[in-house]
Structures are given as structure tokens and as C-alpha cells.
Design a protein around this ligand. Structure first.
Ligand SMILES: [Zn+2]
Length: 172
């Protein structure tokens, strides 16, 4: 039988969300664990680890490449950290291994990239509404680029370009 697996972002480990998930398998990466530094959250995470309710797993590099590629296409790569990409990659790897995996995060770019990859997710904050594809737009000359990169300068006039939604798709 497939077990239901939840991949947790650091933001979730700062909350008591995990206490509501009695029978679930909870997973995160070692770099996410390293971000959990405040005492109450650390204690909660350590207790879950001791009880084997929470396990630390890191994704294989092939998944990092796939997530990075999708993040470039969705326009999220300029705001995703390496730790974010690892987290999404872990969810992708588990799904490919046949797990019934759900990513839990309130980070908009993490959720957006996951949505583009067709990964199931829960946003405990409830703020993420729809999938977006970003493009870069020059505020000066209105040049548009559909391949956003970090700190892009407008190739026409040199102004720093801004992210803007190309299109949005309602959550299905
Ligand atoms: Zn320009």
C-alpha cells in the first residue's frame, strides 16, 4: 500500500502544523533542517526525528536539474534558493518512486514551481491561489523577456527589468 508522504518546508517546521498530522510520514532535507534554528521549533523537529515521525532525505542530483529547468521556464528561478530547489526535488524524486507525496510550503515560488511540475501541495497559509508563469518586463522601454534570469538588465536600454505575470492558470 502506498503511504501518504509529506515533504516539509522550513516555514512549516516553525509552526505546529506537524502536530495535526498523526499518521503521516514527514520528510525534509538536511538543509531545511539547518534552517530550523529557533528553540521551540528545533525541539519539536528533534522530537519528531526521535519518534521516527520525521525523516531527513536528500534528493539525487538528476532531480535538481529537472526542477531548475522547470523553474527557469516558470520564471521562478530568480527567486528560488538552492535549498528551495532541493526541497521541490525531494518531492519530485519521491513521486517518481511511486509515493503519494504532497509538498507543504507557504513559499509562493516553491508552490508555483511545484504546481508547474504537477506536484501536489498544501499551502497552510492558504494564500497561493493560482499557477503563474513569469516574464521580465522593462519598466522604461517595455521590452519583454520570457526567459527571466536573476538581475536581468534590459538588452535594449540597460534598465533593470521587473518580474510580471505572463499568464495565470486557475488551480484544478
Ligand atoms: Zn528597456
Amino acid at each position: 500500500m502506498m503511504s501518504r508522504v509529506y515533504v516539509l518546508d522550513a516555514g512549516v517546521l516553525f509552526t505546529t502544523w506537524t502536530t495535526k498530522m498523526d499518521n503521516a510520514v514527514l520528510l525534509t532535507t538536511s538543509n531545511i533542517m539547518a534552517e530550523v534554528r529557533n528553540k521551540p521549533s528545533q525541539l519539536r523537529a528533534e522530537t519528531l526525528l526521535t519518534l521516527d515521525r520525521l525523516r531527513v532525505v536528500n534528493p539525487e542530483s538528476v532531480y535538481l536539474e529537472r526542477v531548475s529547468k522547470t523553474a527557469k521556464q516558470s520564471g521562478d528561478s530568480s527567486v528560488l534558493s538552492a535549498v528551495d530547489i532541493e526541497l521541490i526535488s525531494l518531492a519530485l524524486m519521491l513521486r517518481e518512486e511511486g509515493e503519494d507525496v504532497t509538498l507543504v510550503s507557504s513559499d509562493f515560488s516553491v508552490l508555483n514551481t511545484s504546481s508547474h511540475l504537477g506536484i501536489k501541495y498544501i499551502d497552510p497559509s492558504g494564500k497561493f491561489r493560482k499557477e503563474i508563469t513569469w516574464l521580465l518586463r522593462c519598466p522604461a522601454c517595455h521590452y519583454k523577456s520570457e526567459t527571466p534570469t536573476r538581475d536581468s538588465e534590459c538588452p535594449v536600454c540597460g534598465t533593470t527589468m521587473q518580474r510580471t505575470p505572463l499568464r495565470g492558470r486557475k488551480r484544478s
